[in-house]
Write a protein that binds this ligand. Sequence first.
Ligand code: GDP
Length: 460
Amino acid sequence: MIVSEFDTIAAISTPLGEGGIGIIRLSGPEAISIANKIFQSPRGIRLHNVKTHTIHYGFVVDPETNERIDEVLISVMRAPNTYTKEDVVEINCHGGFIILNRILNIIIKQGARLAEPGEFTKRAFLRGRIDLSQAESVIDLIKAKTDEAQKIALEHLSGKLSQKINSLRDSLTRICAHVEAYIDFPEEDIDGLTEMEIENEISRIANEIEGLIEGYEEGKIYREGLTTAIVGKPNVGKSSLLNALLMKDRAIVTEIPGTTRDLIEEYVNIKGIPLKIIDTAGIRQAYDLVEAEGIKRTLKAIEEAELVLLVLDTSRAIDSLDMEIIQKVKDKKVIAILNKKDIKSKDFSLPNELKNKPMVEISALTGEGIDELKELIFNTSISKRYRQEGLIVTKLRHKIALEKAFESLQSALRSFKNKEPLEITAMFIREALNYLGQIVGIVTTEEILNLIFSEFCIGK
Ligand code: GDP
C-alpha cells in the first residue's frame, strides 16, 4: 500500500433524497484545485489561497459551459488535520438529487474519482489517523439504533478498545522477550522473572482476553438488538403490552422492502437495548391461538426469540392453553409477565414451572409495573461487569481474533508447563500477538480491509 499514490476521490456524503442541504466531499491531493475550478466567488476568492478550515460563499459553475449550477458554501480543510489526513473540501449545496448529481459529475469530469464505500474512512486508517477497530466503529456509529449503542461505538472510535488491545499486546511482547531471552541464555535468570511469574502473567492476559470474549454477546445485543417474542393466549394483553412499551420508547420501525407487513420489525428501546419484537403484526391481530395459523406463528416466534415475554392474565385462573404455552417456553430465557394486576383474581396462582423465572406484575392498561418490567429485561440481558468497564466487544471479527489469541495462549501455557522447548512457547505467544494485531490492524491483508470497508455507505 503506497500511501503517497492516492488519487482524489469524491462522493455525495448526505443521504439521497430531498433535503435542506446536501454535502459533496472531496479528498486527495487535487481536492482544492478541482474545487477551485468549479467555484465562482462574488468577492473573487480563489480557494488555493484561503486559510485552512475556513468556509466560503459562492457558486458552483460548470467550467465547460460557464453555467451556474447552485449557490453553495465550500469548506477548505488542508492536510493533515482532516478526516482523511489529506486535503479535504466539502461543498454544501442545496439538497436535491439532481443538483448533487450534477455537481458530482462536474467534479468527476475535472479529474476526481468516485469514492468507493467507506473509502474516506479507509484513507483515515491507511494514513494512520485511526486504527482498524476505530475505523470499524464508524459504521456502528452510523448504524446505532439507541443512545447506548451510539455511546459504545463512540468509545471504540475514540480508541478505548484499541488501548486495551495494545496494552495486552505490550504485556505479551514483554513476556515473549523474557521467554526468548531464556532460549538464548538458558543459565541466567533474566530480570529476576521466575517461571512461575511467567506462567502467571500469561494466565492473566488469557483471562483478560476471555473477559472480552464474554462481553461480545452483550455487545451484539447493543448493536443488533435482542430478538424478543411476546407470547400468550388471546386476550391476555399482548397488544396492550406492546403498545405500552412502544408508546414512549419506540426506537425504529423498519419495513423490509418486498415483504408483507407481517415482517415489519419494531424496536423498543429498553434502557439502551434495542428490543426487536418479532411478529408485531401477529400480536396486533390478536389471532386466535386455537387456530393452526396462530399456533404456528407463536411457535415460530418462540423458536426465533432470544428472549420470551410470556404474558399471563391474572384476572382469571390459569388454563390448559396457558400451560401448553408455558411448556413451550420454559427452556428459553423467559420473563413471566403477570398482567391485569388492576383486576387480579383470587383464582390466579402461579404455575410451578414459572416459580424460579424472573417475573413482574403489571397492568398494561394503566402502565403500572412497566418501568419494573424494563428494569427486569435489562438486568436479565446485561450483566453489570461489562457496563462498568465500559468496554464491550461488538464485532464478530474482533471476537474471532480474540478467541484465536486465547487458544494460542492456552497452547503457550501448556507447552510451558510441560517443559517443552521454549521455542514452542514463544511461537504460541507470537501467534497470539498476531491475532491481537489483527484487531487494531497492525497485522492485516487487503482482503480483510476490502471486507470491512464494503460494509460502509458511499461518502463516509
Ligand atoms: P391480546 O389478545 O393478548 O393482544 O390482548 P389485548 O391487548 O388485545 O387485550 C385484551 C383485552 O384486555 C382488551 O380489552 C384490553 O383492554 C384488556 N387489557 C389488557 N391489559 C389489561 C390490564 O392490565 N388491565 C385490564 N383491566 N385490562 C387489560
